[in-house]
Design a protein around this ligand. Structure first.
Ligand code: SF4
Ligand code: SF4
Length: 450
C-alpha cells in the first residue's frame, strides 16, 4: 500500500486512529471511493482526503493491511454510522478554526446591467443598478479597513462587470494608494474587452483570471447571447479577446454550459476551441450540465445520456489538453461557499453587503455605510440543508455541505447533481495518481542518473 496523498492533518488528528479489533467484521466506509488505475486500485477517503494505492497483489483480507485500513477509517464496522461520524468530526474540527475577523474575499457587483440577454440568466427580472464613482471609492476604503492588512481578493461580477469598468479602475486605484496587496478574477462575457482595457486589467486591476461562458459555436452563441450590440459577430470578437487576454498573461477559463438544446453543438465547439487554443498557456475549458442544478432533464432522452454527452465533450477538451486536470482536495468541507465563509462578502452596486453572488439586488445583510449588520439575516445564511435519505450512503457527504438558502443546487438532490460530481471526483482521483506517478518516475530517473 502506498500513500499518494496524506489528506487533511487537522481532520485526521480530530478523527484519531480507529481502534482495530481482529475478531470484528468490517466493510468499506461509505466515504471511500474506489477508482481503478493501471497499477491496481485507488482508495480515496472523502472525509480525511487521504488517497491510497493498493497494488493488484494487495488484498484488504491481508491482516496487516486490514488493520492499517481500519486505523485510517477506510474500513469500518458493519453497523458503523458513517454520516453521524462525519457530522461529529465536522463539529469538532470547526472548534479548531481560528477566525481573525479579517474580510479578505470580495465579490463586487460593478453593475447588475448587462450587454447580453441570455435566456437562462438567473438575474432576469432584477433591477438594473450601477455603482457610482463615489460608492466605488467608499467600497475600496471599506475593504482596506476590513482586510486588516491581509491580501485582498476580488471577483468582479455583475451583470456584466465591464459594462461599468470605470469603477474597477476607481477601486483598484484606491487600494493601490492605500498600500494594499490585491488581485482579482472576473466573471465576464469578455465582449467589451479591448486593448486599452486589457492593459488596465493586467497592470491596474491585477486580473489573474477571466471566467467566460461560451454556449455554442458561432451561430448558436450569437443567438443565445443576443447582445445589444449589432455590429459583426459577437462570437468572433469574444474569441479574439480571449486570445488577447492570454497574450497579456491573464488566464481564461471557458465554461461550456450544457443543456439538451446545445449538447450536440458543444462537441463541435470543443473541437474549435481545441484547435484554436490547444497548447496556449493559461487556457482551460470545462463542460457542466445546467440541468444538474435546475433538475429538469426532459429534453435529454435520459439522465445517462446527459452524463454521457457531457463526458464526450470533456474528453474532447482533454484530448486537446485544454481541460484542466484538477486533483483531489483536502477532504471534509467545513462550510459551503462564500455565503457562510466569515472572510467573504459581496458588495452590491449601491454599497449594500450580501453573502451570495447569486443575489445581486436582494438578500443584503448590511451595508458599507453602517457597521451594524442584521443578525437574523446573517444567521439565515449559516443554516445548512438537512441531510436527505440519499446522503446516508453517498460518498460525497463529507464534501457536500449545502445551505438552505442556496439557489444553485436543487431543492432535492437528484441523480444528475450527484453523478456529475461523483464523476468529477473520480477524474480528480485519477489525475492525482497520474501526477504522483510522473513525479515518482522523474525522481527515479534523477536517482538513476546520479
Ligand atoms: S450529492 Fe446529494 S446525496 Fe450526496 S451528499 Fe450531496 S445532497 Fe446528499
Ligand atoms: S449560489 Fe449557493 S453555492 Fe453559490 S454562493 Fe450562493 S449559496 Fe453559495
Amino acid at each position: 500500500m502506498e500513500t499518494i496523498k496524506a489528506g487533511n492533518q487537522t481532520v485526521r488528528a480530530v478523527a484519531g486512529a480507529q481502534p482495530y479489533h481482529p475478531e470484528r467484521s468490517y466493510r468499506f466506509s461509505r466515504h471511500c471511493l474506489e477508482v481503478d488505475c493501471p497499477e491496481g486500485r485507488l482508495l480515496f477517503h472523502s472525509l480525511s482526503g487521504e488517497l491510497l494505492l493498493l497494488r493488484e497483489s494487495e488484498s484488504p483480507e491481508n491482516p496487516a493491511l486490514r488493520e492499517e485500513l481500519v486505523k485510517r477509517w477506510f474500513l469500518v464496522p458493519l453497523e458503523f454510522r458513517d454520516r453521524q461520524h462525519c457530522d461529529q468530526v465536522r463539529s469538532v474540527t470547526r472548534l479548531t478554526q481560528k477566525d481573525k475577523g479579517a474580510i479578505t474575499d470580495y465579490v463586487v457587483f460593478t453593475t447588475t446591467d448587462c450587454n447580453a440577454r441570455c435566456y437562462y440568466c438567473f438575474e432576469k427580472g432584477q433591477r438594473r443598478l450601477s455603482m457610482t464613482e463615489q460608492t466605488a471609492r467608499d467600497a475600496a476604503c471599506w475593504m482596506l479597513a476590513h482586510a486588516k492588512g491581509e491580501k485582498i481578493k476580488i471577483r468582479w461580477f455583475g451583470g456584466e462587470p465591464l459594462y461599468n469598468a470605470g469603477v474597477i479602475d476607481r477601486i483598484s486605484r484606491t487600494l493601490l494608494d492605500g498600500g494594499a496587496a490585491y488581485e482579482s478574477t472576473m466573471v465576464t462575457n469578455a465582449y467589451l474587452f479591448d486593448p486599452t482595457l486589457i492593459e488596465k486589467a493586467s497592470k491596474l486591476w491585477n486580473l489573474r483570471q477571466a471566467l467566460v461562458t461560451v454556449d455554442g459555436t458561432e451561430e448558436v452563441y450569437n443567438r443565445t447571447k443576443a447582445y445589444i450590440h449589432q455590429e459583426g459577430s459577437a462570437y468572433k470578437r469574444v474569441l479574439s479577446n480571449l486570445e488577447r487576454l492570454l497574450e497579456a498573461g491573464i488566464a481564461t477559463t471557458v465554461n461550456l454550459n450544457m443543456d439538451a438544446h446545445n449538447a450536440e453543438d458543444l462537441l463541435a465547439l470543443a473541437e474549435e476551441l481545441g484547435r484554436r487554443f490547444g497548447g496556449k498557456k493559461g487556457f482551460a475549458a470545462r463542460c457542466e450540465l445546467l440541468v444538474a442544478y435546475v433538475g429538469e432533464v426532459a429534453a435529454f432522452e435520459s439522465d445517462q445520456q446527459a452524463l454521457d454527452t457531457r463526458r464526450a465533450v470533456n474528453e474532447r477538451l482533454e484530448a486537446f489538453g485544454i481541460r484542466r486536470k484538477a486533483t483531489v482536495e483536502q477532504g471534509l468541507k467545513l462550510n459551503s461557499c462564500m455565503a457562510d465563509d466569515p472572510r467573504s462578502v459581496t458588495i452590491l452596486p449601491d454599497g449594500r453587503i450580501g453573502r451570495c453572488e447569486h443575489f445581486g439586488d436582494s438578500e443584503e445583510v448590511g451595508s458599507i455605510y453602517h457597521e451594524a449588520w442584521d443578525p437574523e439575516k446573517l444567521a439565515a445564511w449559516l443554516e445548512p440543508r438537512p441531510a436527505e435519505e440519499a446522503c446516508e450512503d453517498c460518498v460525497l457527504y463529507p464534501q457536500c455541505y449545502r445551505l438552505k438558502k442556496c439557489n444553485a443546487c436543487p431543492d432535492r438532490c437528484n441523480f444528475l447533481f450527484r453523478e456529475q460530481r461523483i464523476g468529477n471526483l473520480r477524474d480528480k482521483v485519477r489525475n492525482t495518481w497520474e501526477r504522483w506517478r510522473q513525479k515518482q518516475s522523474l525522481q527515479a530517473g534523477g536517482e538513476h542518473e546520479d
